[in-house]
Design a protein around this ligand. Sequence first.
Ligand SMILES: Cc1ncc(COP(=O)(O)O)c(C=O)c1O
Length: 520
Amino acid sequence: MREASHRLAHHGLGKANLIDMVQLSGTTPPPLPSDHLFVEGAAETYAAQMARVVAEVIDRLRAVERPFAGTPLHEIERLVDTVDLDRTVPFDAAVDELSRVYLDHAIWFHEPTYVAHLNCPVALPALAAEAIASAVNTSVDTWDQSTAGTLIERRLVDWTAGLIGFGDDADGVFTSGGTQSNLQALLLAREHAAHRLTGAPFEPELAPRLRVLATRETHFSVQKATRLLGLGSSAVRQVATLPDGRMDPAALRAALHDLVADGDVPMAVVATAGTTDRGCVDPLAELAPLARQHGAWLHVDAAYGCGLLLSPTRRHLLDGIEHADSVTVDYHKSFFQPVASSAIVVRRGADLRHVAFHADYLNPKAAVVPNQVDKSLQTTRRLDALKLWLTLRVVGAEALGGMFDAVIDLAGEVHGRLQLDPDFETLGRSQLSTVLFRFRPYGVTVAQSDELNPAIRAALFDEGRAIVAGTRVDGRHWLKLTLLNPQATGHDLDAVIERVRRAGRRQLAEDADGLEAVAG
Ligand SMILES: Cc1ncc(COP(=O)(O)O)c(C=O)c1O
């Protein structure tokens, strides 16, 4: 009774009014909108709804045998478009519908033959923590919205800073992903340069002189960030790479020298620890002193390679990362976390002041309690740290590092097999878990293989039994495997390669038939 009258009061309705309403209409009143909210009295509905969706996902985990059902785009479009968003249905019916519209055609990253992009199977405790974070709905911006959440995020930032090798001054903040982390890093770099040059915040007049040094392997989000920061895409200067795709320190030295000679300002050097395509780690220890000599901010984009921080055998690949001014870490790539989970970590916490803004209603300057909004580009922000927290407590850093090592080992194994296979060519050798290769059997020219390989990729996707990625290097098309599933075996990967081979042969046969038909 207390529950019912509480809800009525909440809606401005007295009990007597409601009885009148029922008597007048002669029917049960429709549920109050708050019956659908996570509020007092909702426990049973909440439990039932959660149980239903967990059961639905478990069914998929058991039944799904391929990364994609292969449903054509127009069919998925039809399914999505025909849902009437202006009409409600009971929860179970809505979940049935969602199952048909979404789950039946989802891409399943936990399937071992999904080897396309940087998507990982996720740690189970992280999923449990997601359920808590969504229900509590903490916004980790101010203390009065997140309390312990603030401290949990801070502990994890400190923990990550410790892994990087930063000292006690380090700080950072969780972000929505590598793109946002890179943007924030370059914003800090821009302000750092402006203060060094003029003693004041950035003004547009400075833009034409500020330069960012990167390579062609650098993630596109860096280019996008310079545009967003008012520096223009031409602010990014490409430093030549070594043959394996890593930034060439001699070329960086020369580029820095040339910039300064032209009167430009090297605002930042962006090194990558784990490039998206070739999986290489720039030689951080050699790049760091060059950046420092010229007063350039060193940002290390370790969105992909951050898993090396936990690797029992390959941590040395990140040697020198401790000299960075800022580091991007995507836990949702190599720490097996669900999207989104990323952080920017800076060597000197004071540098984060460049994104601080004090609003009277939220975080006035005089506030004495800790808050994270001062350090973030976002205001309202999910407590994404919670899932990493629970993962560390249950799975542990060592196991995460071991899983990342396992996929790197597997990539090496697959690369080795492809090298020996006369139907395939490989490009380079990833230090992480990508494999670049193309189907090019005897007699197929490079130009033909540029047509053939994208067609193979598309055919595989349409079939849905294995999903691979594709990219261009030096204008040539390559297929890409990105391995992030430690449960995948050499056998699974052999199956993927065989599918590629079969699709390639089919394509060649079709092309030959086509040519014959034209000739005939
Ligand atoms: C090296 C690198 N940096 C940054 C990003 C962007 O990360 P996100 O997709 O989390 O924004 C990616 C994404 O693949 C990446 O590979």
